[in-house]
Design a protein around this ligand. Structure first.
Ligand SMILES: [Zn+2]
Length: 153
């Protein structure tokens, strides 16, 4: 299979996340909780030439559509991404990302004394700021490398 065919090959059903900022594909997989062990068929393209972006990453996940929470966190690390929901080999829906006002249950708080890090069943909640996110419980602000704070499932 040529390189070109590999890039454009269609999937029967699932989600294609396109126009991911180059270098962010692995963080996108982390957000989606994909580590290769749950059996999903996933294709990842990195540093693919793009007219619009210079280079981009692309992630295709078969047999899965994304939850709104996942889409919200994606928008923080890959604001230019487009999400294509595929059904019967065709794009059934195209979604552009919008910055959410808050993200719930996806990021973990870096403050070890935060109630969300105790053994309490408290879901993390972060307000989205212009330049980062703020924990609603303890006020800790995370500005850099949000992907490093994605809560492990
Ligand atoms: Zn906190």
């Amino acid at each position: 299979m040529s390189d070109h065919q590999l890039r454009v090959s269609k999937i029967p059903r699932g989600t294609v996340i396109d126009h991911i900022r180059a270098g962010q594909a692995l963080n996108v997989l982390a957000i989606l909780g994909i580590d290769g062990e749950s059996g999903e068929t996933v294709s990842v393209g990195m540093n693919i030439p793009s007219d619009r972006m210079g280079h981009k990453d692309i992630v295709k996940v078969e047999d899965r559509e994304l939850s709104q929470d996942e889409v919200d966190v994606l928008s923080l690390i890959a604001p230019e991404a487009t999400i294509n929901i595929i059904r019967e080999y065709e794009v059934a829906e195209k979604q552009y990302l919008e910055r959410p006002k808050r993200v719930v249950g996806i990021l973990s708080c870096p403050n070890h004394n935060c109630i969300t890090n105790e053994n309490e069943p408290v879901e993390t909640k972060f307000d989205v700021l212009d330049d980062g996110v703020r924990c609603e419980y303890c006020g800790t602000i995370v500005r850099d490398d949000l992907a490093a704070h994605i809560a492990a499932e």
